[in-house]
Design a protein around this ligand. Structure first.
Ligand SMILES: Cc1ncc(COP(=O)(O)O)c(C=O)c1O
Length: 448
């Protein structure tokens, strides 16, 4: 059994010999397109502890990219998977009426903001939920154009990657992409594109959409949807200012545009609320969910008000989407999130971690900004606090140094480090994670 009190516990300098051997094999056999943060080769994991093939124990504050909200291998989730897989593994919810699919759809329909009468499409990945939302938005409105944001990451399938604008590497060599998508600046106050400050800016970044884009380029009556991450994920864990999402909602209402909230990363308690949109009391027309939904089993959801889910039989579906085992894991995951107080824990432990990191920012040469909600916390590293020149190399080095010290983190955006731990993280574990992060940062600051 993995001992929580012993983490991190390193028995070899990293990467260990078995890990190195597996990395070499992987390089021969596996597509080189996978980005790989560092040479971690996992043997097993429990809660917030990950054990690698060499017997090293790590404190996991990456959670498989914000997926393992309930911790690794939560006993209730494991039991649900065991029970369901011994009854039925697959039947195809697209062709038959699967009980698990229907019950999860009912629950997600109730859980998502807005009226209870919603309908749900289940897919296998975040990108599939986004892809479905893009198709539905065009189908339902009969309009072709879509607005998304610079910094956004919506996935890697052709539609989702066309909505993505967090790095050119996601699109390079893959054009032509899906047409009709225009990107506008996100409410990234630390780097405001208009050199304004909130609140005196009066949220000029939303006005830009109406006064420049709609007035000069794309008639709003041609716009099917605005896709938005309520908190920017891969683009740098950016929390928009108060009022921004509501103003976006009002803009959509004015022109009959659908507001699509991509909560693939920010949803299911990550920010301390079930959905990040709840921080601003905004109801999207379509909500996309995945990642944490089944604690690592592949299932995603595209949830829309019943009248919006207006496409006919055969318009969209998936062979595996809403697989019964994944649905059972999702039900168990939602039970844990609701029943074990994970929202409250994310809020409490998140505020402790945010406080510690903000304090560290005062003393640190490299930390330009610390921001977050709940346990979705980003640290932006800069070479100079005045010019805000991005410390890209340093952000990557900090992540590597944390790994070497037994803390799993991931970068996001070109120069940010993110904390996206399991939502079961304790105060004690958050304190250990913070201390390792501070030591790694100091090492990098001193030219290590
Ligand atoms: C906000 C957001 N949307 C969509 C996706 C795509 O999800 P997936 O990798 O499961 O396709 C991601 C993945 O990181 C994401 O963060």
């Amino acid at each position: 059994m993995l001992e929580e009190t012993s983490i991190p516990y390193l028995v070899t300098p990293l990467p260990g010999p078995k890990a190195q051997a597996m990395v070499a094999r992987s390089e021969q056999a596996v597509t080189p397109s996978l980005p790989r943060a560092y040479p971690l080769v996992v043997k097993r994991a429990q809660g917030v502890v990950v054990e690698d093939v060499d017997g090293n124990l790590f404190l996991d504050c990456a959670a498989g990219i914000a997926v393992c909200a309930t911790g690794h291998c939560h006993s209730s989730v494991v039991q649900a998977i065991r029970e369901q897989s011994s009854r039925l593994i697959h039947i195809c919810g697209a062709d038959f009426y699967d009980t698990q699919y229907t019950e999860l759809a009912e629950r997600l329909g109730r859980l998502a903001p807005g009226p209870a009468s919603k309908k749900v499409f289940l897919g296998n990945s975040g990108a599939e939920a986004v892809e479905a939302a893009l198709k539905l938005a065009r189908y339902h409105t009969g309009r072709t154009e879509v607005v998304a944001f610079f910094g956004a990451f919506h996935g890697r399938t052709m539609g989702a990657v066309s909505l993505t604008a967090s790095s050119p590497k996601y699109k390079r060599g893959f054009r032509p992409l899906v047409p009709g998508i225009t990107h506008v600046p996100y409410a990234y106050c630390y780097r405001c594109r208009y050199n304004l400050s909130h609140p005196t800016c009066n949220l000029a970044c939303v006005d830009y959409i109406e006064e420049e884009l709609f007035a000069r380029s794309i008639a709003p009556e041609e716009v099917a949807a605005i896709f938005v991450e309520p908190v920017l994920g891969e683009g740098g864990y950016v929390v928009p200012p108060p009022g921004w999402l509501s103003k976006l909602r009002a803009l959509c209402d004015k022109y009959g545009i659908l507001l699509v909230a991509d909560e693939v990363q920010s949803g299911l308690g990550r920010t301390g609320k079930m959905w990040a949109v709840e921080h601003w009391a905004v109801e999207p027309d379509i909500l996309c969910s995945a990642k944490a939904l089944a604690s690592g089993m592949p299932v995603s959801a595209m949830i829309a008000r019943a009248e919006v889910m207006s496409w006919p039989s055969g318009a969209h579906g998936s062979t595996y989407g809403g697989n019964p085992v994944c649905c059972a894991a999702a039900q168990a995951t939602l039970d844990v999130i609701e029943g074990e107080g994970l929202l409250e824990n994310a809020t409490g432990v998140g505020s402790q971690l945010l406080g510690n990191l903000s304090q560290l920012a005062q003393e640190s040469r490299l930390i330009g900004d610390v921001r977050g909600l709940g346990l979705m916390i980003g640290i932006e590293l800069v070479l100079d606090k005045e010019t805000k020149a991005r410390a890209e190399r340093e952000a990557n080095l900090v992540v590597q140094e944390c790994f070497k010290r037994g803390l799993l983190l991931l970068p996001c955006g070109p120069n940010n480090v993110r904390f996206s731990p399991p939502l079961i993280l304790t105060e004690q574990q958050a304190s250990t994670a913070f201390q390792i992060f501070a030591a790694a940062l100091a090492h990098v600051e001193h030219g290590g």
